[in-house]
Design a protein around this ligand. Sequence first.
Ligand SMILES: *[C@@H]1O[C@H](CO)[C@@H](O)[C@H](O)[C@H]1NC(C)=O
Ligand SMILES: *[C@@H]1O[C@H](CO)[C@@H](O)[C@H](O)[C@H]1NC(C)=O
Ligand SMILES: *[C@@H]1O[C@H](CO)[C@@H](O)[C@H](O)[C@H]1NC(C)=O
Ligand SMILES: *[C@@H]1O[C@H](CO)[C@@H](O)[C@H](O)[C@H]1NC(C)=O
Ligand SMILES: *[C@@H]1O[C@H](CO)[C@@H](O)[C@H](O)[C@H]1NC(C)=O
Ligand SMILES: *[C@@H]1O[C@H](CO)[C@@H](O)[C@H](O)[C@H]1NC(C)=O
Ligand SMILES: *[C@@H]1O[C@H](CO)[C@@H](O)[C@H](O)[C@H]1NC(C)=O
Length: 463
Amino acid sequence: VLLGAYSAMQKGIFVSCSAGNDGPFESSLSNEAPWVMTVGASTIDRNIRATAVLGNKQEFHGESLYQPKDFPPALHPLFYPAGMNQSDLDSRYCNAASLNKTEVEGKMVVCHVGGDLTGIEKGQNIKDLDGVGMILINPEEDGYTTFADAHVLPATLLSYADGLKVMAYINSTKSPVAAISFKGTVIGHNHAPMVASFSSRGPSRASPGILKPDIIGPGVNILAGWNESIENNTKSKLNFNVISGTSMSCPHLSGVAALLKSAHPKWSPAAIKSAIMTTADLVNLAKNPIEDERHLPASIFAVGSGHVNPSRANNPGLIYDIKPTDYVPYLCGLMNYTDKEVGLLTQSKVDCAKESSIPEAQLNYPSFSIIFGSPVQRYTRTVTNVGEAKSTYNVKVVAPKGVKVAVVPHTLNFSKVNQKLIYEVIFTRLEAAAEGIVSQGSLYWHSAKYSVRSPIIAIVNGN
Ligand SMILES: *[C@@H]1O[C@H](CO)[C@@H](O)[C@H](O)[C@H]1NC(C)=O
Ligand SMILES: *[C@@H]1O[C@H](CO)[C@@H](O)[C@H](O)[C@H]1NC(C)=O
Ligand SMILES: *[C@@H]1O[C@H](CO)[C@@H](O)[C@H](O)[C@H]1NC(C)=O
Ligand SMILES: *[C@@H]1O[C@H](CO)[C@@H](O)[C@H](O)[C@H]1NC(C)=O
Ligand SMILES: *[C@@H]1O[C@H](CO)[C@@H](O)[C@H](O)[C@H]1NC(C)=O
Ligand SMILES: *[C@@H]1O[C@H](CO)[C@@H](O)[C@H](O)[C@H]1NC(C)=O
Ligand SMILES: *[C@@H]1O[C@H](CO)[C@@H](O)[C@H](O)[C@H]1NC(C)=O
């Protein structure tokens, strides 16, 4: 993939790739090469709501794509197969073998997400035994990331936190009851955009000196065309489905890149990527810092530069451009790559001994990933003015904890469009910085009209 993407980049073709669906764990990224845009997944502000209502009047908003209009909001006995034996995984996950008709028939059944079954398959097991509905509970690692799936019976998927409250309710009474109330599409969820639990996280294992992922974009409960009807009805013409994954978020970024390319036909793939990254949003609809699946502020290793903002990306002020040949010294600088391996990528003969190889962090990337082996590190960046001809930019740094950041010069005065200016950043590890810490910050270039941001991650003696 990355070989093909390299050739595409050489021909001026922008490539966006899925960051992977192996989150929320660290170093779970795929497709990390610096010549592609690595895209994580975030929620959108639309929920397809199905609300669980308990006998104690508590209500929890979950999601389901299947929204039966005729399902009565009446309370039904609530059956929790795992309640019998918490360590029996079969009953926890509502495997067919663990369910019995006497217990399930006419009941609302509580199942945990996980095991070898999808949520839809768990629902089918319950439906087969004439259960009336299903309340699905997220595992802790999925937190508040819920999916609107095309269930085969009335169902809702609840967050981990709400699931704990359902279990506490079940524990609190001899005859628990519950209903599901279908609310349809609800817009304006103000925790959005939130990083999805499954969205793969940095740091990059292949090239830790390049900060990845680059960006997040819409990738949870995305509505799109589907190759067959998801309704159990051969006459149905409803060829749509809702799907989640970084495979849903990366096409959003391809679309944004196509818009930018048509507005700026001369921009290279790296210029388009820079425009998207330096203008990304850092806050959610509630104006709080973008959160992860736990509703905690998301790390740079989850969001990269932030959430794509297409209209700001169209007018970024400055760009960090990279020519195809600039990747050769970068590749030569990577440990353990032979001339032959570098040549395979570039499809040309490469003699790394003759190239002036560079450390990863010296590539003209719109973000910084600084790994402190040596305590003082200097890198240069070249910015190209794509805003107003006469413009003055002043630097502002929010230094990562334990690190001093100096920028020379402090001011960049441009007099024409497409003019390039160089600045240097000196990162110094402070004495007090503890071993193993990872801290984050930002470097901004501000003009009267623009704010051009690069995220910084600093890893002290990391590996
Ligand atoms: C609970 O389930 C586990 C795993 O299936 C089993 O080993 C154990 O014997 C069960 N305990 C009881 C009390 O049934
Ligand atoms: C089904 O569950 C009922 C009630 O717990 C129990 O009496 C019965 O033995 C179970 N049947 C099977 C086949 O496990
Ligand atoms: C419910 O009770 C079971 C068994 O006593 C216990 O293992 C579990 O932690 C309880 N759950 C909650 C949410 O209180
Ligand atoms: C739709 O795609 C799936 C997965 O590739 C395939 O199994 C299925 O047969 C397709 N359905 C139709 C109607 O082509
Ligand atoms: C699909 O429809 C058939 C025939 O109406 C029915 O027997 C089957 O149970 C349905 N399956 C689902 C998943 O609803
Ligand atoms: C480079 O190769 C050596 C020896 O095979 C290995 O120990 C080291 O982990 C490799 N480094 C990287 C960055 O892959
Ligand atoms: C940039 O221009 C300002 C006035 O517009 C001037 O004060 C400053 O010295 C200039 N800086 C550089 C680095 O040329």
